[in-house]
Design a binder for this molecule. Structure first.
Ligand SMILES: [Zn+2]
Length: 258
């Protein structure tokens, strides 16, 4: 128990601090501006944030969700992303334990959070994240599970499956259903998680996407344009596969095993 607290407290603080940086990435990567400089400033009045304005969650609460200088409202997205990142960090520790595999998995989780938020807002999965992500996932596989062979096959299955689905859909309907960003994103997930867990990700994201898609059509009587972008489902499914995929696979194999 005491060791839990010794690990949990730094992990919570790390999660909040990293979440604060992810906010910067979510805000700046789509417009291709630097995530390092200039420092954070109010989008309304240009006020440069001092360190006391930059404390995750605490500053937002202390300032009542408003800029210190001009009192313009600050998006609730900032503390939400910080709290979610913190929760995701703690959940990884609770599920995977104090294992070195936390290093690649937390990095993947950060990418999933950023891609979720950017795809939700802009319907975009930037190459700036997915392409280096593929390379980093493959490099990590030299040191961590699932190992380089599984990572390479995972990357090919992940990217290849969505590319084929996209091609088939294009042949059938004459319009693009699957963006290239989805292809690269699942290739990245495959590079981090290996071929088994990338299949889990593909199945879960497809089921979730289909269920939500049908619900949107039924409730709004609209068309699929209103459905959430597929990258948001890939993010959630990737996180589920990273945390629970091994258990899911062994349960599934057990169903049909001897
Ligand atoms: Zn301001």
């Amino acid at each position: 128990m005491s060791t839990d607290i010794l690990v949990l407290l730094p992990l919570i603080l790390l999660g909040l601090a990293v979440g604060s940086f992810l906010n910067v990435c979510i805000h700046r990567v789509p417009s291709r501006t630097s995530v390092v400089s200039p420092g954070s400033h109010c989008p309304s009045c240009g006020y440069a944030l001092a360190w006391a304005d930059n404390i995750p969650v605490v500053s937002y609460a202390a300032l009542g969700g408003r800029c210190r200088s001009c009192r313009a409202p600050i998006s609730i997205r900032y503390p939400i992303v910080e709290l979610i990142t913190m929760a995701v960090f703690v959940l990884h520790y609770a599920v995977l334990g104090a294992d070195p595999i936390l290093i690649p998995r937390l990095l993947l989780a950060c990418a999933m959070i950023v891609l979720f938020a950017i795809d939700l807002e802009h319907h975009l999965l930037p190459n700036l994240i997915t392409l280096p992500g593929i390379v980093i996932g493959l490099l990590f596989s030299l040191l961590f599970p699932p190992g380089p062979i599984s990572a390479l096959i995972g990357m090919l299955i992940g990217g290849g499956s969505l590319w084929l689905i996209g091609m088939a859909y294009y042949r059938y309907s004459g319009q693009e259903g699957m963006g290239g960003g989805d292809v690269k994103m699942l290739a990245m997930i495959g590079a981090f998680l290996g071929w088994k867990l990338v299949l889990v990700t593909l199945v879960f994201s497809s089921i979730a996407g289909a269920v939500i898609g049908v619900m949107v059509i039924v409730l709004r009587r609209g068309d699929l344009k209103y459905a959430l972008p597929y990258g948001t489902f890939l993010s959630l499914a990737g996180l589920v596969a990273s945390l629970y995929g091994v258990r899911i696979v062994s349960w599934y194999v057990g169903l049909y095993g001897p």
